[in-house]
Design a protein around this ligand. Sequence first.
Ligand code: PRP
Ligand code: URA
Length: 208
Amino acid sequence: MTLHICDHPLVQHKIALLRAVETSTRDFRALSSELAGVLAYEATRDLMLEDVTVQTPIKETIGRRVSGKKVGVVPILRAGVGMLDGVLAMIPVARVGFLGMYRDEETLQPVSYYEKLPKDLSERLMLIIDPMLATGGSASYAATVCKERGAHKVKLLSLLAAPEGVERMQTDHPDVDIHVAALDECLNEVGYIVPGLGDAGDRLWGTR
Ligand code: PRP
Ligand code: URA
């Protein structure tokens, strides 16, 4: 498993805005989407290409296009949905599946309530998207579901990660690369990322 931390200055700038408690719901949504697009761009660096003939207004030339079955995107409800637009802006033809789960507040274990994935996952790069990799329970479960449905190549895109979540993914899914905008310090006593950004779902959707 490789952990990719995006150290681009614009990403670090946007992450600081995202963390700030005074950032509005509207700005939080925009920032989540923009950051997700950058992570998707980085996570698809190793897509296979094939040559294609292109007629420009000037002459015929050889261009390159992504080959094969391409990409599937799986937001983890609810907060992962806030990253979806940004990923689709980068990869408009991606198939989209949804995994609904929430963390039990006492046990911190994921409780699954919805699963709807595209049919043929075996030849696709599957990008699981969730802004918060905390204990790693939700992301690990999502990767397991994707693999059970036939996925061979899975990556995780999160805005923030705790070391505990990275370790959990390394143990459960050593074949799943992780792309994050920042690696934080630790989890607090109720399983929130420190310094983090609070509850991603509540901040995105204006609930609380
Ligand atoms: C948050 C977040 C992740 C999960 C991360 O969802 O969006 O899915 O917690 O925690 P973990 O790494 O410890 O599993 P939450 O459970 O708050 O559900 P919600 O998005 O519906 O609010
Ligand atoms: N889920 C969140 O929304 N925030 C955290 O810090 C941890 C899990």
